[in-house]
Design a binder for this molecule. Structure first.
Ligand code: ATR
Length: 270
């Protein structure tokens, strides 16, 4: 049998095994999707094992997306720009790194027909996740991208690298929000089910037509506040499923069974 798995630390709470296994089973591919919890000191060994025959590759998650970069033989351009690898493909002992978070982020927006090229987009956060979003938004060619972060220096660095505008996360963000068609939370704030990445009152500055997107794959206080304000929201489950579908396509060369993956992800999230 073939093997593929998730490299991260920790990995126990991931939904990937549920929806990836469902995809392999649906297409009758004799592969097992495994959890490969990997502390940093075992990362080299884990990557050596990926080169073995019968290993399709891996997904890579926190905290190894950046470290994976240096451990593959070839890196796709979008992964290069994102500075992170979330998918590794083993092709006869040679490892290819890619970043499927980039198309994964765009897929739910494209499905809704969001006219990204016309929009001002405000991204909250300036970490690894935000960087991947800026690569995606660059591909989509938005009117303007604003990066807002708690630590202003990191916002400035990221904005400079991607031709975006930097902002603080405080009241000064309001002048950008009034023009925004899309607001994205790419900070790590919200998993606790309590915290918001910005003062909820700032959401009042958004136009009534603005879309609010959180990369977290369950409902967050941020999205709840946006809905109370009457705004349409997107959570991160679609991005999760679509990044996984693109990984599946890279490992197998086959069209991913998206509906099957969606159903399995929804069932596993509960
Ligand atoms: P990731 O890979 O998830 O992006 P990261 O690189 O550690 O993780 O980045 C976390 C992001 O969440 C950063 O933008 C961080 O802001 P700082 O650059 O100021 O640290 C943001 N973040 C984390 N905790 C936060 C908080 N309590 N309030 C606002 N932003 C926060």
């Amino acid at each position: 049998p073939l093997a593929v798995g998730l490299i991260g630390y920790p990995v126990e709470h991931s939904l990937s095994p549920a929806f990836q296994q469902a995809a392999f089973d649906a297409l009758g591919i004799p592969a097992r999707y495994e959890l490969w919890p990997t502390p940093p000191e075992s990362l080299d060994e884990r990557f050596r094992a990926l080169r073995a025959p019968g290993v399709l590759g891996a997904n890579v998650t926190v905290p190894h997306k950046r470290a994976a970069f240096a451990r593959v033989d070839h890196v796709a351009e979008r992964a290069q720009r994102a500075g992170a690898v979330n998918t590794v493909v083993n092709r006869g002992g040679t490892l290819y790194g890619d970043n499927t978070d980039v198309p994964g982020f765009l897929a739910p927006l494209r499905e809704r027909g969001v006219p990204l090229a016309e929009l001002v987009v405000v991204v909250l956060g300036a970490g690894g996740a935000a960087r991947g979003i800026l690569v995606a938004l660059g591909e989509a060619g938005c009117r303007q991208v604003v990066v807002a972060n708690r630590t202003p220096e990191r916002a400035r660095e990221l904005a400079a690298a991607f031709g975006a505008v930097a902002s603080s996360l405080d009241h000064r963000l309001a002048s950008h929000l009034t023009r925004a068609g899309l607001l994205v939370n790419a900070t790590s704030v919200g998993w606790d089910g309590v915290s918001l990445p910005l003062d909820a009152a700032l959401l009042e500055a958004l136009p009534a037509t603005a879309l609010v997107y959180d990369l977290t794959y369950h409902d967050t206080p941020f999205l709840q506040a946006a809905r109370r304000r009457g705004l349409e929201t997107i959570d991160g489950l679609g991005m999760l499923v679509h990044q996984g579908a693109e990984s599946f396509r890279l490992w197998t060369g086959q069209e991913p069974p998206l509906a099957v993956m969606w159903q399995a992800a929804l069932a596993a999230r509960r």
